[in-house]
Design a binder for this molecule. Structure first.
Ligand code: SF4
Length: 339
């Protein structure tokens, strides 16, 4: 087991069950997360007995960085897991600090028709240790401070809900990764029951939803999940989330030429979100050779944006950070695995 597989409470319980003190957990956590000491033998305030117990039972394990693609505003990392599976992370350099986009699964079963990650079925969920190691490994590799985290990489986070809940606990704990709840965002394609569960956690963590269509007809065509949960159900779940948390929801909308980018689509989307505590993020599509779908041109994106604006919808166009990267999420992994 890896040290990154524990929340603070879990480590306390584990140590107490094995005859040690609860406060030993905090001591270990401080060494690991604050002082970045990754060797139990160097933790000078721990007893010899505890150090030998830790050496026998717990590994301190970061993920190997196999490949890095660099561009001025974002770096993409291919990371190797213990069982040789590979995942991706993207570190973005915003003017307000570094933001890390992490993966939650190896592959994804949601099968969105435009998505490179979803083209490759889920192999397995990431463990808590692997989720946390993504953050620690990239942070240490670059020697930077990460200011915010988005769980928006390969995988559907709410399909790995138990570990995502534990991840939230580790990331937002001041003694651990120490990122404020408001600087952590979980993005889902719309697993409605989990949106309700997430709302009931009342964490203050942000929620983003990959909507990508303003009606069921289009969404059915491009997102399989819409067969299970229709737009009306997703919007009702988001209303519930907002009523519980008073947090603004981000509506992610990938602009696909001739599919969801018409003026009529913009008007329908406006009607869906208008007057709600929501904002729309228009995302220029990253084309890949595995799909025929095309990115809407800049004129179309701007006109879509203008229609939303004129309907008093909060909207932004996502800056294209990728530059020359294998920019589509999952593309670096697919290339590396020759999948
Ligand atoms: S867009 Fe997200 S949910 Fe859909 S297939 Fe890709 S990784 Fe999975």
């Amino acid at each position: 087991m890896s040290i990154f597989d524990f929340t603070l409470e879990e480590l306390e319980d584990y140590l107490v069950k094995n005859g040690f003190k609860k406060y030993n957990a905090t001591q270990i956590i401080e060494w690991i997360y604050e002082k970045k000491v990754y060797d139990f033998n160097k933790m000078s305030n721990l007893s010899k007995k505890l150090i030998s117990f830790l050496n026998e039972n717990i590994r301190i394990e970061k993920l190997e960085v196999l490949q890095v693609e660099k561009s001025p505003l974002a770096n993409k990392y291919l990371l190797r897991l213990n069982d040789n599976n590979k995942i991706e992370c993207v570190l973005m350099n915003h003017d307000y600090g570094y933001s890390l986009c992490v993966s939650s699964q190896v592959g994804c079963n949601m099968g969105c028709s435009f998505c490179e990650s979803g083209r490759l079925k889920k192999v397995r969920d990431l463990t808590l240790g692997e989720l946390v190691s993504e953050v620690i490994s990239v942070r240490d590799y670059e020697g930077v401070r990460i200011d915010s985290i988005v769980v928006m990489g390969i995988g559907e986070p709410f399909d790995n809900f138990i570990n995502i809940k534990r991840f939230i606990s580790v990331v937002t704990n001041n003694k651990m990764v120490g990122i404020g709840q408001r600087h952590l965002t979980i993005s889902t394609c719309g697993l409605v029951p989990k949106i309700y569960e997430f709302a009931d956690l009342e964490t203050g963590v942000n929620l983003a939803i990959s909507l990508h269509a303003p009606n069921n007809e289009i969404r059915d065509r491009i997102m399989k999940v819409n067969k299970a949960y229709k737009i009306e159900e997703v919007m009702a779940a988001l209303d519930y989330y907002i009523s519980k948390t008073n947090r603004r929801v981000t509506i992610e909308y990938i602009m696909l030429e001739g599919i969801n980018d018409s003026d009529e689509c913009a008007r329908e989307l406006s009607n869906l979100v208008k007057g709600k505590l929501m904002y729309v993020n228009l995302i220029p599509y990253n084309e890949t050779s595995n799909f025929t779908m095309k990115r809407s041109n800049d004129f179309k994106i701007k006109s879509f944006y203008d229609i939303l604006k004129s309907n008093n919808v909060n909207v932004t166009i996502r800056k294209e950070m990728g530059g020359n990267l294998s920019a589509a999420c999952g593309q670096l992994r697919a290339n590396a695995e020759r999948l």
